[in-house]
Design a protein around this ligand. Structure first.
Ligand code: ADP
Ligand code: MG
Length: 344
């Protein structure tokens, strides 16, 4: 489990942007603006690492995920895989890269075709990449995959409705593994599942990570879900990263007010910590990504906001005051006034 990115990153994401045009009129579409779903997101992923990405609904997590697996083309920015720029690849070159970066979807109830057998669902990627499994080999490969995700290999002729939510997500994971990828982008893989089943699926994903040497991007809307599985965590707000750091940096020494607010809503397991921590109640709603606030996007809900926050976009960087001060507070945070938490 890597906590630093000492090894060459397997994935480098730079200033990724996705704007969806907002149009009016049906026949003669006129662009009247844009939904800034993702607006400048950068991070690295190290081999074997799990990067958690957390943020409230609508902050752009799924859009980032879809761009990483080429389901969506970025408006701007770069994605590099093993040093190679894959942002604008197409045709055969894209196909070769896509094999290595697979997605597990949020809702196992809607992402599995109800009319296909489980065997066909898991084996579907082989139709596009027959070189991975020749036809005569597929049945056995699919059975192996069922076994690997903890399902009975004899289930391959059943249909999705014959399985529970947790089992369906295991099927989704098996399909994600079919091409033996190096990276899995899991978009809220346990959010649709009962709490009692969430831990089982997360444990399975950890086991598979070791077994197949996988790197994960694990998306969730809740900081508590990703804590256990993530080496590092990035917190998103309105299309941008507010803060990114190791498990300890984010959970024990958050410097961005948004992260602090999210964490204050989670009761810490240790009762003494519970007494020390004051709850932060955020006022108002998340603004529309079609019309985000100037400067810092969080400023309209931030108790620390001052004039500068409306004028200047805070960069995601180690706050100046922590730059020469080694320690867990010295990690990237997009806040002009992060340093004020030095005393706490
Ligand atoms: P999350 O996964 O964090 O909930 P999404 O990435 O799904 O967020 O969405 C981010 C924002 O982009 C939301 O405001 C959403 O409504 C908008 N959005 C997503 N997909 C589209 C699309 N195809 N067209 C227009 N707006 C979109
Ligand atoms: Mg989503």
């Amino acid at each position: 489990m890597a906590t630093t990115t000492a090894a060459e990153p397997i994935l480098e994401v730079r200033d990724l942007v996705k704007h969806y045009p907002l149009t009016r009129g049906i026949l003669f579409k006129k662009q009247i603006g844009a939904v800034r779903a993702v607006d400048g997101v950068s991070f690295d992923l190290a081999p074997g690492e799990t990067l958690g990405i957390v943020g409230e609904s609508g902050c752009g997590k799924s859009t980032v995920a879809r761009m990483l697996v080429h389901l969506e083309r970025p408006t701007a920015g770069r994605i590099r895989y093993r040093g190679q720029d894959i942002t604008q690849l197409s045709g055969r070159a894209l196909k070769a890269v896509r094999r290595n970066i697979q997605m597990v979807f949020q809702d196992p109830y809607t992402s599995l075709n109800p009319r296909m057998t489980v065997g066909d669902i898991i084996g579907e990627p082989y139709e596009i990449h027959p070189e991975v499994a020749p036809k005569g080999d597929r049945r056995r490969k699919v059975q192996d995959l069922l076994d690997v995700v903890g399902l009975n290999p004899e289930y391959l002729n059943r249909y999705p409705h014959q399985f529970s939510g947790g089992q369906r997500q295991r099927i989704g994971i098996a399909r994600g593994l079919a091409l033996r990828p190096e990276i899995i982008v899991a978009d809220e893989p346990v959010s649709a599942l009962d709490v009692s089943v969430q831990a089982q699926v997360i444990n399975l994903m950890e086991k598979l990570q070791d077994e197949f040497n996988l790197s994960y991007i694990f998306i969730a809307h809740d900081l508590s879900i990703v804590r256990h599985i993530s080496d590092r965590v990035g917190v998103m707000y309105l299309g941008r990263l507010a803060e990114i750091g190791s498990d300890t940096e984010i959970y024990e020494h958050p410097t961005h007010p948004y992260t602090q607010a999210l964490l204050s809503a989670v009761p810490p397991p240790d009762p003494t910590a519970r007494e020390r921590r004051d709850r932060i109640i955020l006022v108002g709603d998340v603004p529309s990504p079609a019309n985000p606030p100037s400067g810092c996007r969080f400023r309209t809900r931030c108790w620390k906001a001052r004039e500068r926050c409306a004028l200047e976009v805070p960069e995601l960087a180690v706050p100046a005051v922590f730059r020469d001060l080694p320690g867990p507070a010295a990690h990237p945070s997009a806040c002009h006034f992060a340093q004020e938490d030095k005393a706490t």
